[in-house]
Design a protein around this ligand. Structure first.
Ligand code: NCD
Length: 291
């Protein structure tokens, strides 16, 4: 049995196999690969895209979904999350998909279950299926020729789990990761090139991944208003010029803070393609883990 806690849980070959399955699933035909299976989703943090994406993926594969309403769950009655999950596990589901604000929580839960745990985002740490769908989108865009491509991940790289998973995953496929952020959002490490201003590297870039400012994870207020941040970090037509750069964002997008209205209409942005690919990648992940 295999869990998905971080992208390094899968080898490069396993990831390429996922991509091959995801490509097949992009016809969005429902099938019976997981017929009779029951998958539980347990989201302790808000989610629109990721939760519905997992649920649609599971249903496309013929599985049943049980979504626990954690707002009214037993954790509000004093039960620990470990006991809650041990109880759910005792009902013998075929997988549990978890999102939680604590880094490392999905990994700790693996000791309490005998079905696969899929991490749908743990605090600032990881969001493996998001990084896999981002890489898949890049991979398909460049016909598999990712080696030597340059990406700038722009914005709150310190607090974003999407940035965390991507900066670890993309270099395994030869992608050169550059981080662009104001000092207060800089990543605390020296494995990557870091820049204050996107204009310093824009001419070398193949891909820009813009991020949402993770206000809910900050203990201090760094900017008077998001408009102050947007002046330097919003991806606009002026920043992009006529360069042939693939523009990505994991969503939810703060319009005119992360990306301008015009760039959201520009065909260089593949944000909705990422969302579509997300369902196909999650189908491939569930097919692999749920037997
Ligand atoms: C992200 C998340 O929740 O980590 N969204 C997503 O899953 N697509 C990014 C964010 O919240 O900014």
């Amino acid at each position: 049995m295999q869990h998905l806690i971080r992208t390094s849980d899968f080898s490069k070959d396993e990831i390429l196999e996922l991509f091959s399955d995801a490509r097949d699933f992009l016809d969005f035909q429902s099938n019976e690969i997981l017929k009779g299976k029951i998958i539980v989703t347990l989201f302790f943090e808000n989610s629109t895209r990721t939760r519905s994406s997992f649920e649609i993926a599971a249903k496309r594969l013929g599985a049943e979904i049980v979504s626990l309403d954690v707002g009214t769950s037993s954790t509000n009655k004093g039960e620990t999350i470990f006991d809650t999950v041990a109880n759910i596990n005792a009902m013998k589901p075929d997988a549990i998909i978890v999102r939680h604000s604590d880094c490392g929580l999905p990994e700790s839960l693996t000791k309490f279950v005998d079905c696969p745990i899929v991490n749908a985002g743990d605090g600032k740490h990881s969001h493996p299926t998001q990084a896999l769908l981002d890489l898949f989108t890049i991979f398909e865009h460049f016909d598999g020729q990712t080696d030597g491509k340059k990406i700038a991940i722009v914005g709150d790289v310190r607090s974003s789990r999407v940035a965390g998973s991507n900066r670890r995953l993309l270099p395994r496929f030869g992608i050169d990761v550059n981080l662009v952020a104001p000092d207060c959002f800089k990543y605390d490490g020296d494995e990557y090139k870091q820049f204050n201003n996107i204009n310093d590297i824009i001419d070398d870039l193949d891909i820009i991944m813009s991020l949402r400012t993770q206000l809910e994870r900050h203990s201090e207020i760094y900017f008077e208003s998001l408009n102050d941040y947007a002046k330097d970090y919003c991806i606009t037509e002026e920043v992009m010029g006529d360069r042939n750069i693939l523009l990505l964002h994991p969503g939810p997008v703060n319009r005119n803070v992360d990306i301008s209205d015009e760039m959201l209409k520009d065909p260089r942005n593949k944000i909705l393609e990422q969302v579509t690919n997300g369902v196909a990648i999650r189908m491939a992940v569930l097919k692999k883990l749920v037997k």
